[in-house]
Design a protein around this ligand. Sequence first.
Ligand code: F6P
Length: 457
Amino acid sequence: MKRIAILTAGGDTPALNATLYGAVQRANELGIEVFGLVKGFDGMLSERLPHVRLNPLFTTIPELDPCIGGTIIGASRRYIDRDEKETLKAVSGRLERIVIEGLMCIGGDGTINGMQPLSDLFPCTLAPKTIDNDLGLNHIDEPNEWIRETDDDGEAEYRHTMSRDDVSLSEIVNYVTPGYATAVFVVAQSIDRIRTTAESHRRIAIIEVMGRDSGYIALGAAYGQPDMILIPEVDLDYPKIVERVRHLYDLQKSAVIVIGEGVRDADGQLGAKSRSVDPAGNVIFSGAAERLAEILSQELGDDYFQKNKRHESASSAIFTRKLGHTQRGGRPILFDRFYAAQLGGKALELLISERNNHLSTLKWNENAGFTLGELSANQLRDRWGIIHAREVHPSLYDENRFQPSKLGRDYLEPIFTRAIGHEDLEVLHDTLFSPGNLVTRHQSVNVAMQKRIQYLD
Ligand code: F6P
């Protein structure tokens, strides 16, 4: 291959530019031209096909900096429907006009679904990304554990019937996805900051973190030493939770509880789940922390807080914080930068060796540490063709202590022990309070990139 295209799709992560960088650097070594397609599949659907040369004369453009979060070529949650044959043909025709021989996508499960119909027309590969760390499998046979049922309205529902009590860490397919480490870095620091208010004002903090139906970000939050972690994979047991909160509050006059945004109880999702406007069919989670605060207020009651003169009411003692998009943005920490770039380079290699519809993966074992691997995207699909979000395996979580289990801690350590580089701290030291920040306004990379965008005639 002499020229390939690359796109970033789905929600942004701090490591997208690093993945792009790894792919482009590898392409430079191999003498391949890389065109970035602007705004993911959205750009492809535009008749003008906005695109950018990422390595003119096999030199990476200076705007592509692996230390800067987000993606310089833009992303969207728009995808191409496999049934829209005419659109697919039109897209393929447009790419042919700029002599693109293959496509590398950077994304998650939605991106694989968007890429799959295109892979019938030309070679496509994927480099994984998602802060949710839910693109992968706890073990290779996991897709076969899903069963399909029909609800009262005739809608298909999928249920995971776990066949195994534990997993070995070396079996995990795609051990960790770029973006996850930086998200946990933000979460752990936030817990540390919120805790001081909880302690000083004798309050109970409920901190809601992202991750949709997967509790990996909440699990990693353990580094911030919250008192309790509640993950979506384990139904909330209110009597047990209330007992633990009382114990903690009696002991330390405060408590910090981290919850994954998708937490549920026996009746279903705690917060509201609404369809987002994005065509990927993703849902937006909202309100889980507020709902849990209401439940805890009722269960603990005002008297409990009044009796020791700690607070006037349960509702004044309990507060919620949703960390939101801070988890998805900013400079990626060393772990993410390094492995995102490796996975980008590997996905490019897969593309030029025509490993069509494959993705690059990260494996881990005790002897070799992290190594790169590959997987056919179809191996992520159940027998009905669905890619399910990877869940935190029950063996990684101790539901009695509301903390990672021993295996959970063993899972986290290889990712995080040396995840922060010295330079990550030096950059903070040198740049955050630079007097120049007060003089010069933020220079948006979008302005610089706009000057590089080209269109079909
Ligand atoms: O999938 C990544 C993610 O950040 C989820 O954790 C979160 O629920 C969702 O995206 C938020 O999406 P948006 O940025 O579209 O609101």
